[in-house]
Design a protein around this ligand. Structure first.
Ligand SMILES: [Zn+2]
Length: 617
């Protein structure tokens, strides 16, 4: 299946140097804010005294309000993804917030975390994308709405605020009006206007990568807009309410902190607090520092305490720090703990066990590049501890990370590998005989029924195919990676079977046929493998092989649940197109590719193919 995965995590990794500079700038800003500027507003020891003087009951109420805000936060995502459980939404929200609050440019990493977590829980990528996009849009709409409410509140209560605050509020209100008008104008033709160019762009990019045009229905872009449309059409009230509730509950925590420290004596009216709150929410849309650290504390204190005397400023400063303790520090720590816990539980419940492996130590894994283009792939499916990636240049699908030399030796050196598989059971033996007969027919036909042809099998396992070939009068040769299997095959056939890899054999160029059944998806470098195989074949001779078919409908429909995916063994997944390219590069001419499960050579194999190619000469 050639769709780029909707599960691909967005490119969140800023180039190292850029990230370092961002980090240094943010750290410097935060240091200046807390070391130089904030102490100029109020003394830290006085603030600490104020906070300590809060009654335990009041502190309890503040804690409940803060918890309430965190519990309301996930509702927005749930409004877009209806089958998302509350627990999952909460965990993803806390973990992504922790990233956004601590890492410079962490907002994008937070989005990535949301994708990975919700994806692991089985939610389709386009739907997650819709949730991320809509949450952002609604958040910004409400951020623009809040200053309007603050302004209205000030007008109603007859409160006069500093000119600067007034100006900001009026500016924000104007922005809201402009946005509303823009949305109304765009609404009529929104879908076609946005969808058309985006789909054309995707089609062009795909053609550039030789992936063919995307199907008009069911492409990730279409699914994304379908999810957005459904959510907007049927649940916009949920979304609006959830977003409003998240903002209002956060505002209430701030208001409660102010009341808890100063009582009504500070004389801060609610519209004034809302004005400061809404301006800081607007400013936080531009992530100068992670989570607005430093900027939010200074800004909130400055706006709310504007025009106050020294004790008043100190109380506001104390309330703001308390507010940030409840709504920044504690949730960030909690989110970090949740993320680590999730990572651990994920490793325990899934991971290597899913692929029938006891455990894959990290030293048995390696990252791979496309054998053809020598570039790393783009992740399509996370198959922990492995991943299926697509070459961004030629589209070849492969596993990275995958088992390395040590990991493969541990896997294939184990006799259990052959006993578990299709090699030993009675039913499978009769199947093997049927395949062998069909494949020998095929080879003989393309060798023009020459008498006593010489056939060499790469990856001959216990020698069933070679045995069938011997019974038809073929001369035999063979190679097997597993020493245990090679020994058994040698005894069975009375012909020495080489142990090792085909690349280490001399290119004798004297075999009429070289066969390799279900091997080419296992080898670390299939390009080198095919060259070596071609080197064994005489000019005019043929190669014949089988492998899983990545174009087949089980592969397309079942995706990560495809039974032949087997990421620990099948490290390359080929489409017909990939095989044609590879054969051409190895100097071979493809003759046929059999995909029908009704042909004996490919009997009942609905997701595999059998190919024959000729060496010119
Ligand atoms: Zn490639």
């Amino acid at each position: 299946m050639s769709d780029p995965s909707p599960m691909t995590v967005p490119a969140v990794r800023a180039p190292g140097r850029r990230r370092l500079i961002l980090g240094l700038v943010a750290a410097a800003l935060i240091a200046v804010a807390f070391v130089a500027l904030f102490p100029a507003l109020a003394d830290y020891s006085d603030i600490w005294d104020d906070i300590r003087s809060i009654a335990p009951v009041t502190l309890g109420v503040l804690t409940l309000l803060a918890i309430g805000h965190q519990l309301i936060n996930p509702l927005m995502t749930m409004a877009v993804i209806p089958d998302l459980t509350y627990r999952h939404a909460l965990v993803a929200r806390l973990a992504s917030t922790a990233a956004a609050n601590t890492i410079p440019g962490g907002g994008a990493i937070g989005v990535g975390i949301t994708y990975v977590m919700l994806g692991r829980w089985g939610h389709p990528g386009p739907q997650i994308g819709a949730a991320v996009a809509l949450t952002g849009v609604w958040n910004n709409l409400v951020k623009l709405l809040l200053p309007v409410v603050a302004l209205a509140g000030a007008l109603i209560t007859g409160l006069s605020m500093p000119d600067l605050v007034d100006a900001t509020l009026i500016g924000a209100s104007a922005m809201l009006v402009v946005m509303m008008v823009a949305i109304a104008v765009a609404r009529s033709g929104l879908r076609h206007r946005v969808l058309g160019p985006v789909e054309r762009l995707v089609a062009r990019v795909r053609r550039a990568f030789r992936k063919g045009a995307p199907p008009p229905e069911g492409s990730p872009v279409t699914e994304f807009f379908a999810a957005v449309g459904t959510a907007l059409g049927t649940r916009w009230r949920h979304m609006l309410l959830a977003t409003l509730a998240a903002h209002v509950s956060l505002y209430l925590v701030l208001l409660a902190c102010l009341r808890a420290i100063g009582g009504d004596s500070t004389g801060v009216a609610w519209p004034e607090v809302l004005a400061g709150f809404s301006i800081i929410r607007l400013v936080s849309a531009i992530p100068v520092t992670p989570g607005g650290l430093g900027v939010a504390e200074l800004g909130l204190t400055g706006i709310i305490a504007a025009g106050m005397d020294e004790p008043g400023v100190e109380m506001v400063a104390a309330a703001v720090l308390l507010f940030r303790l409840f709504t920044y520090l504690v949730p960030t720590i909690l989110g970090g703990v949740v993320a680590i816990g999730w990572q651990r539980s994920k490793n325990k419940s899934k991971g290597a066990a899913r692929w029938g492996l006891d455990d894959v130590p990290p030293e048995h894994l390696e990252d791979a590049v496309c054998f053809r283009c020598r570039v790393p792939g783009v992740e399509r499916w996370d198959l922990d501890p492995f991943a299926l990636v697509d070459c961004p240049s030629c589209g070849q699908a492969f596993m990275s990370p995958r088992l390395n030399e040590a990991g493969r030796t541990a896997l294939y050196g184990n006799a259990k590998y052959f006993d578990d598989g299709v090699y030993r059971s009675k039913g499978a033996e009769s199947m093997q005989r049927r395949w062998s007969a069909g494949r020998l027919d095929l080879i003989q036909r393309h060798l023009d029924d020459r008498p006593a042809p010489r056939v060499f099998e790469v990856g001959c396992a216990y020698g069933m195919f070679l045995e069938a070939a011997r019974d038809r009068g073929f001369e035999l040769g063979g190679l097997e990676y597993s020493a245990i299997a090679a020994r058994t095959a040698t005894e069975r056939l009375g012909v020495p079977i080489h142990v090792g890899e085909v690349m280490s054999l001399a290119p004798s160029g004297d075999w009429d046929a070289v066969a390799f059944w279900d091997v080419i998806e296992h080898v670390p470098d299939p390009g080198a493998f095919l060259h070596a195989v071609a080197g064994l074949t005489r000019p005019g001779g043929v190669i014949a092989f089988s492998c899983p078919n990545f174009d087949s409908w089980p592969a397309r429909l079942l995706r990560t649940r495809w039974w032949t995916l087997k990421p620990h063994k099948h490290i390359w997944h080929y489409r017909k197109h990939d095989l044609r390219t590879m054969l051409g590069e190895a100097g071979m001419q493809p003759i046929t590719m059999i995909r029908s499960p009704l042909r004996r050579a490919n009997w009942v194999r609905v997701d595999s193919l059998v190919a024959v190619a000729r060496k010119p000469g």
